[in-house]
Design a protein around this ligand. Structure first.
Ligand code: NDP
Length: 498
């Protein structure tokens, strides 16, 4: 069956209504200068849709719409209960339109349809509901006890919150980022990655249907250098959220520094998994293989450094190589695909370049990786999973590759393992694997990162903050209950006691 034959009729209609517009002030509109760009299916390199390309003038229009909606639509001032009801209606629509959203996400990113359908998209609905519910339960006015004064602190939404987001989890990250901002009463402008704007734009049809006031949600697809930069540098945004690479994160932070705008940075990672010699080898191998191949390894926090106890080195290697070789690589929309393509030819070349560079620096390929051929899709951007072993200063052990490549190192003692983990300049998330929970707890605390996972990898329960430190970001993270407060500015009200 061809890719087009698989598409649902609503998806076809959405894509055929091309070029897809920017979403500003509750309507799909063309870009100010009429420019467009094309988004590709990474599974076969063919065009999927033409999308209007936003630039500075469009960002200006979107920020103005969001500002007007903040001031006049009633969104910021309505009782939390009413906003929450609208966000829950939006969550219901995300669930109702899950098949369409999942197809668009799979098509645009290349990820297996099952992952989008069972993971990313349902999570968006959960996140919207979770923050909608939380916002009705938190105190936005706290009395403060001080002698001689009657004082309290109230919390108010900031105003226009801007978001620049990457291509690996487009819809999931829209949910994680905008749900707390909206639940707190802010209005938002989103710049999705130019590679993957489709699910976010389709989501806007649900924003319309749910009845959120016009201008509360605005989306300006376009290139980072133009639309992204214009949004980050816009003098009237009040809060900035960025998810992406540390390189671009620095530009965003500088722009926010110049305008004195608070900024949240969710950046890259070089996650480690420390595996002790008392694990169930087969079960642990299954989980690390799943983590490495999730989203073709294009996951900020995935386990890309495997730090294995020397006693299990050989057994673990033979377990994982067999499992990785058996991974079904294919087009995202084909049921049964376990690992889709890389997002783009550029990303595939980057992955292959790292493999060459790592080997040139002395790494030993345990599983060579390289381009993968998928029957029927000769022009897709497919790669095979790869395992390298070597020294901790190898480029593949140090830099974020963003592909299904793990770098393996061995350890003898707990201290050695922790030292290897903490050599990284990143600090996003690591995991430790052992049935000895005392030891697991010690190692979890000693690993320097925003998250330490025990006997699992990629664990994201709502209510537990997910944030990075060092090169992986700053500013408070996502998913936590405190995240809601990041989108509420504190204001002290004080008067002398009469
Ligand atoms: P980039 O940093 O290249 O891009 C992220 C976003 O920034 C895109 O929308 C991009 O636009 C935009 N952008 C690019 N240049 C500029 C600029 N000068 N000013 C403003 N915006 C700009 O990252 P990738 O898209 O390649 O995403 C992968 C990265 O994201 C990895 O490092 C990964 O680890 C990280 N990430 C971190 C997560 C976390 O939670 N910590 C979660 C997911 C990913 P465009 O694409 O259109 O150029």
């Amino acid at each position: 069956m061809s890719t087009t034959d698989r598409l649902l009729s609503k998806v076809k209609t959405f894509l055929n209504d091309s070029p897809v517009g920017l979403f500003i002030d509750g309507r799909f509109v063309p870009s100010a200068d009429g420019a467009t760009f094309t988004t590709l299916d990474p599974g076969d390199g063919s065009p999927v849709a033409t999308v209007h390309e936003g630039k500075a003038a469009d960002v200006e229009a979107a920020v103005t719409a969001a500002e007007q909606a903040f001031a006049h639509s009633g969104w910021a001032t309505m009782p939390a209960k009413e906003r929450s009801a609208l966000l829950c209606k939006l969550a219901d629509l995300v669930e109702k339109r899950l098949p369409e959203l999942a197809q668009l996400e799979s098509l645009d990113v290349g990820k297996p349809i099952a992952q989008a359908r069972d993971g990313d998209i349902p999570n968006v609905a959960q996140t919207l509901r979770w923050y909608a519910d939380l916002a009705t339960h938190v105190h936005t006015c706290s009395p403060l006890k001080v002698d001689g004064f009657d004082a309290c602190q109230v919390r108010k939404p900031w105003g226009v919150c801007a978001f620049v987001l990457p291509w690996n989890f487009p819809m999931l990250l829209v949910g994680w980022n905008i749900a707390p901002a909206l639940a707190a009463g802010n209005t938002v402008v989103i710049k999705p990655a130019e590679d993957t704007p489709l699910s976010t734009l389709y989501f806007c049809t649900l924003v319309q249907e749910a009845g959120l006031p016009a201008g509360v949600v605005n989306v300006v697809p376009g290139y980072g250098e133009s639309a992204g930069r214009a949004l980050a540098e816009h003098p009237r945004i009040k809060h900035m959220g960025f998810t992406g690479s540390p390189e671009v994160g620095r530009h965003i932070a500088s722009a926010c520094g110049a305008n004195l705008v608070p900024v949240k940075l969710e950046l890259g990672g070089k996650g480690a998994a420390v595996v002790f010699d008392d694990v169930d080898i087969d079960a642990t191998a299954d989980k690390l293989v799943a983590a490495l191949t999730l989203n073709t390894g294009q996951v900020c926090c995935t386990a890309t450094r495997w730090i294995l106890h020397e006693k299990i080195w050989d057994d673990f290697l033979s377990a994982v190589t067999g499992k990785l070789q058996a991974i079904r690589i294919g087009h995202g929309l084909e049921e049964g695909t376990q690992m889709g393509p890389a997002i783009s030819d550029k990303q595939r070349r980057r992955i292959l370049g790292y493999l060459e560079g790592g080997v040139a620096q002395g790494a030993r390929p345990i599983l060579e990786g390289g381009p993968a051929e998928v029957a029927g899709h000769p022009d897709g951007f497919y790669v095979k999973p790869a395992l390298l072993a070597g020294e901790p200063d190898n480029i593949c052990a140090v830099e974020e590759i963003f592909g299904p490549v793990a770098f393996l190192m061995r350890f003898k003692t707990e201290d050695e393992a922790v030292a290897l983990v903490n050599r990284s300049a990143y600090g996003l998330a690591n995991s430790v694997w052992t049935p000895d929970l005392k030891r697991a707890g010690r190692v979890a605390e000693a690993m320097v990162a925003g998250s330490s996972w025990i006997n699992g990898h990629n664990l994201f329960p709502h209510g537990v903050p997910y944030a990075g430190c060092n090169l992986s970001g700053c500013g408070g993270g996502v998913l936590g209950s405190d995240t809601l407060f990041d989108y509420l500015r504190p204001q002290s009200i004080i008067r002398p006691t009469q």
